[in-house]
Design a protein around this ligand. Structure first.
Ligand code: 3HC
Length: 725
């Protein structure tokens, strides 16, 4: 709440005449309004005191600042906090008080200076950094724009092209690169940082070093004509890459005004745009994602018990196929020792070969040195038996989806692995209680569901049963974080969270096509909505074999709400099995470019013969909006079931699972957030209408019916008693 103090600054004036102002707001010294107002009053005092000649700004505990306090945006959006007058921070405080002061300021940067943190440092007259500090303007990633002068000062310090690259990609640079770009004046060891900054500040005050106001610099800016060309290119690229978001273009406008009309006009434009973007729906979605992503590691009853993750040194992986080798790659990349077990030499060699190829592709792209490649590969050992499992801390089984095979493996593991060893399965659908049926180790059995390719995809679905111990969950959460995945803890059921949400999505698409909607129109509408590709292009990519195997699991487990379409099996009979066979819903050329194929009409007609579906004049002429509703409302419906059953602890976890596991556009905030932005009443009424017209597949579940009939938000927490976890 606005009334609670969030952070402060402290000031100490040394005998040398330097006032050191320290930002204090753990854990990343974010710039809350309390910090910013405290900074202002420290400055006013320092500027008025006769014993202060110069000022150094730094951050407490080895971190300069992670930028503006992001929760402040949420509070402004909700109206629980009043935004200060437009331009108050960036113009009144940072430009007119700090940068225009008669006493120089130097930023002493350690750890990180991101967003508003870097912007504050750029308003200082020099920046000294410790090695390796991260410097960047990641605001666009959050749906906002650099609003503390970054759109004006960064181009003036590093040049327009580099500044646009940093702003548009949100990617930080290290201090060393910052130095060569002109963003940082000197890189010094951490122990010398504060003293070096003090000396630099005094040198400026005594005119031994230049007194540079970044906002007034022009030497790095290109001539106007060239600048316009660069900006036009950036705008065209942004329109193509982010067609559903307004804020990147608004940010470019602020940069342009500064170049065309001068930095003061630019600062004013930036302030105006910065205030406007806060209330965009895409901004609300992206800020929700920032906190929800960090919230997935907070599991009530598990992570609030003071358990400390145990150290995992050695991990064994059973099965060196696509998944097993991908998981092995992810682990060795984060310095875990890994044993890869296969059933014979040939498979083992192939598995190790896949890991090697995964790493070699990094070397080829220049992301990994040859030495690092050798060192990383040396962490991987192959095995054909369980003898080397005597000292492993965790095993991840990644064999084919065959229950009796998995049961045998887990029974063997219980014999060979130490008592403390975590027994994880990478199954994407099978009930973990069944897998562990032949063991007495239910408390250490857990699902570690990776997504293919496992070393690239960011999500790790951690599946716990009613028996899995809290310690084992905490351990796996820690491993997930160390291998840079976003872990989401879910309950045990067929398909867990992601596949359960995925299924109705493909099903709805099949339903529509059998009832007359053009598949390519569906793909187009879904891509425009923001998914990486449409459902038919995706089926081609994953291959029809996988699509049929998953569908079988769902038909068996949820027959009442499965729409049985024969389109895919019929195509597969004709050896059209997706991109790998160069023919699926699309035809593929040598460069894997997809082209619609009029022939698929034949399969649709045949499938209608089996299901009895007929083209429906209404469904033949759906608008893009209607296509989106008919494909995604069934997903919302299933997400509601998953939530109501307690498979997910909180709705925000489903948002993150959908974004990182299905490719749901983050700027829509995730499936439940998006649903609430539309309103449960509307979704409920639509599903009701369709279920009457088209059958059970669309029938709203009891949870959706209950909340939808009242118009209550779908993401509001469940009452405790109903949660299964
Ligand atoms: C007007 C201005 O131009 C606008 C801005 O400045 S917008 C802000 C720009 N800054 C950013 O985007 C940086 C966002 N933060 C990050 O990228 C990462 O948190 C980080 C690189 C700073 C640290 O990463 P890491 O060490 O992995 O820790 P991480 O778990 O992400 O964060 C630690 C805690 O700090 C919080 N935090 C991090 N940055 C924050 C920020 N700017 N505001 C508020 N809280 C923040 C996180 O929510 C998390 O809280 P929790 O422990 O309660 O979950």
């Amino acid at each position: 709440m606005a009334s609670r103090t969030k952070g402060t600054t402290t000031m100490e004036v040394g005998a040398d005449g330097v006032a050191v102002i320290t930002l204090v707001n753990p854990p990343v010294n974010s710039l809350s309004f309390d910090v910013l107002y405290s900074l202002k009053s420290n400055y006013e005092e320092a500027l008025s005191r006769n014993d202060v000649k110069a000022i150094v700004v730094t951050g407490a505990k080895g971190k300069f600042s992670g930028g503006f306090d992001i929760s402040g945006f949420g509070e402004i959006q909700k109206g629980t906090m009043k935004e200060p007058k437009v331009g108050y921070i960036s113009i009144d405080i940072l430009t007119d008080l700090l940068e225009a002061a008669k006493k120089p300021s130097v930023a002493a940067i350690d750890g990180l200076a991101l967003g508003g943190g870097l912007e504050l440092s750029m308003a200082c007259h020099a920046r000294i950094s410790a090695p390796g500090a991260q410097l960047g303007l990641p605001e666009l990633q959050l749906g906002v724009i650099p609003g503390f002068g970054g759109t004006q000062r960064l181009p003036r310090l590093v040049g327009l092209t580099k500044a646009l690259e940093m702003i548009l990609t949100s990617k930080p640079v290290k201090a060393e690169e910052g130095h060569s770009l002109g963003l940082i004046d000197a890189v010094v060891p951490p122990a010398e940082l504060l003293n070096a900054a003090r000396r630099w500040a005094l040198d400026i005050a005594e005119r031994r070093k230049p007194w540079v106001s970044s906002v007034l610099k022009t030497d790095k800016l290109p001539p106007l004509g060239e600048a316009r060309e660069i900006l036009k290119f950036a705008k065209d690229q942004t329109r193509r890459q982010a067609p559903n978001m307004k804020h990147p273009l608004m940010c470019l406008e602020a940069v342009e005004v500064g170049i065309v009309s001068g930095s003061r006009a630019g600062l004013e434009k930036e302030a105006q745009v910065g205030s406007e973007v806060i209330n965009l729906d895409t901004t609300k979605g992206l800020i929700h994602v920032f906190f929800s992503q960090r919230g997935t590691t907070k599991v009530p009853g598990v992570t609030d018990r003071g358990l400390v993750p145990r150290k995992i040194n050695k991990v064994a992986i059973i099965g060196g196929g696509l998944m097993g080798s991908g998981i092995a790659t992810a682990l060795i990349l984060s310095n875990y020792s890994v044993i890869l077990k296969e059933v014979n030499e040939k498979f083992l060699e192939a598995g190790i070969g896949r890991v090697k190829a995964n790493l070699q592709s990094r070397v080829k792209k220049g992301k990994m040195s040859k030495e690092k490649f050798e060192k990383t590969m040396s962490l991987l050992k192959g095995s054909l038996d369980y003898e080397s499992f005597r000292d492993v801390d965790m095993v991840i089984e990644a064999v084919i989806e065959n229950i009796s095979l998995k049961q045998q493996i887990f029974a063997d593991l219980e014999k060979y692995c130490p008592q403390h060893c975590i027994l994880a399965s990478n199954t994407s659908t099978i009930d973990l209680n069944k897998i562990g049926e032949r063991t007495k180790s239910q408390d250490r059995i857990i699902g570690a569901h990776f997504f293919s390719p496992a070393h690239v995809m960011p999500l790790l679905e951690i599946v716990r049963t009613n028996h899995t111990s809290a310690q084992v969950i905490v351990d796996l959460l820690d491993v997930g974080k160390k291998i840079r995945k976003t872990p989401v803890v879910v309950g045990n059921c067929t398909g867990f969270a992601v596949n359960r949400m995925f299924f109705p999505y493909t099903q709805a698409a099949m339903f529509l096509v059998e009832h007359g909607t053009d598949p390519y129109l569906i793909d187009k509408a879904v891509s425009k909505f923001g998914m990486p590709m449409g459902p038919f292009r995706l089926c081609d990519l994953v291959g029809f074999g996988v699509a049929i195997a998953t569908a079988t699991q769902f038909i068996e487990n949820f027959p009442e709400r499965t729409y049985k379409s024969m389109i895919i099996p019929l195509m597969q009979e004709d050896k059209r099995a997706g991109e790998a066979t160069r023919k699926g819903f699309y035809l593929y050329d040598d460069r894997r470019k997809a082209k619609p194929d009029p022939e698929i009409k034949k399969y649709i007609d045949k499938a209608r013969g089996v299901s009895g579906a007929k083209p429906d004049p209404k469904l033949e002429k759906l608008s893009e909006k209607e296509i989106i509703e008919m494909t995604f409302f069934p997903v919302v419906n299933e997400a509601c079931r998953v939530f109501a059953e307690g498979i997910a602890v909180k709705a925000a976890d489903l948002d993150i699972a959908g974004i990182f596991g299905m490719g749901f556009p983050p700027y829509r905030g995730g499936i439940m957030f998006w649903a609430d932005s539309i309103g449960s009443k509307y979704i409920y009424s639509k599903l009701e209408e369709w279920s009457k017209a088209y059958g059970e597949f669309f029938k709203p579940c009891a949870f959706l019916a209950e909340r939808g009939s009242k118009g209550a938000p779908l993401s509001a927490p469940l009452e405790q008693s109903r949660s299964r976890l």
